[in-house]
Design a protein around this ligand. Structure first.
Ligand SMILES: C[S@@+](CC[C@H](N)C(=O)[O-])C[C@H]1O[C@@H](n2cnc3c(N)ncnc32)[C@H](O)[C@@H]1O
Length: 245
């Protein structure tokens, strides 16, 4: 049973159903939530403190975080250089390690300004992950870091449909599920100015992430998970191998 309740996600156990949980409408939101948009806009300037263990995160007890982050950055750098769109790119912390023609996209103008400053030859644009402003098949890869795991089911389906429309490959980096952590949370986030915000977030097992995107695991760590799928290649692979003729 989820331990939290919020204004926009009420949990109810109907009589006689024991531990069953019914989600009543409206459900959790992320990409379409104005409060969440305001939160990231306000957080942009301090966002990288989370990655760097600075500011409020100096006191965070995260054994092995730095070394594993280096591994994830290495994984991003090792991706073959193709036309890549980083959806929900934030400050561009991971985006700038992508090789090839790189476009960062984020709903927050403050995040985009920071990403743009660090991207060198790449570009960053304000846009909506659920209505990507790119023609079908105009890119090779959609990359996304710590965005997919925030999406509740309807937004998840919308994002995957958009990613598949514009590219053949999807690479997702996200937060790993650790012992003692609720896999699905409505978190209260506090910014350096003391403001408080509510954010929907899931923590994922690597295989779960791979299954959700019909792909394979590329990183299974303590703090991060990553998975990758090639839609066209999968579609071209026969599901039953032909027997001897
Ligand atoms: C947790 S941050 C991830 C930033 C970065 N990719 C990373 O790996 O740290 C989530 C980002 O998604 C962006 N975002 C939320 N809804 C969006 C939407 N509908 N379209 C594009 N970006 C969105 C937020 O502005 C925020 O920068």
């Amino acid at each position: 049973m989820a331990r939290w309740r919020s204004r926009w996600w009420q949990l109810q156990s109907p009589p006689g159903v024991g531990e069953a949980v019914v989600l009543t409408t409206p459900g959790p939101v992320f990409s379409r939530d104005p409060g969440t948009a305001a939160y990231y806009e306000r957080r942009a300037a301090e966002y990288d403190e989370w990655y760097l263990g600075a500011g409020r995160f100096v006191v965070a007890d995260r054994p092995g975080w730095g070394a594993e982050l280096d591994l994830v950055v290495g994984l991003v750098r090792a991706l073959p250089p193709v036309r890549t769109l980083d959806v929900g790119c934030g400050t561009g912390f991971l985006t700038r390690h992508l090789r090839g023609l790189t476009v960062g996209l984020d709903r927050s103008p403050a995040m985009v300004a920071l990403a743009r400053a660090g991207l060198g030859e790449g570009v960053a644009v304000v846009g909506d992950a659920l209505a990507l402003p790119f023609a079908a098949g105009s890119l090779d890869r959609v990359f996304t870091g710590h965005f997919y795991g925030h999406l509740p089911p309807a937004e998840r389906a919308g994002f995957l449909a958009q990613a598949r429309r514009v590219a053949d490959e999807l690479v997702v980096v996200d937060s790993a599920l650790r012992a003692g952590v609720e896999p699905e949370q409505c978190q209260e986030r506090v910014l350096n100015d003391g403001s408080r915000h509510r954010v929907y977030k899931r923590y994922l097992r690597a295989q779960q992430l791979a299954d959700e995107i019909s792909g394979e695991v590329v990183h299974d760590g303590t703090w991060f998970v990553a998975a990758r799928t090639h839609w066209r290649r999968r579609a071209e692979t026969p599901s039953v191998s032909p027997g001897p003729g």
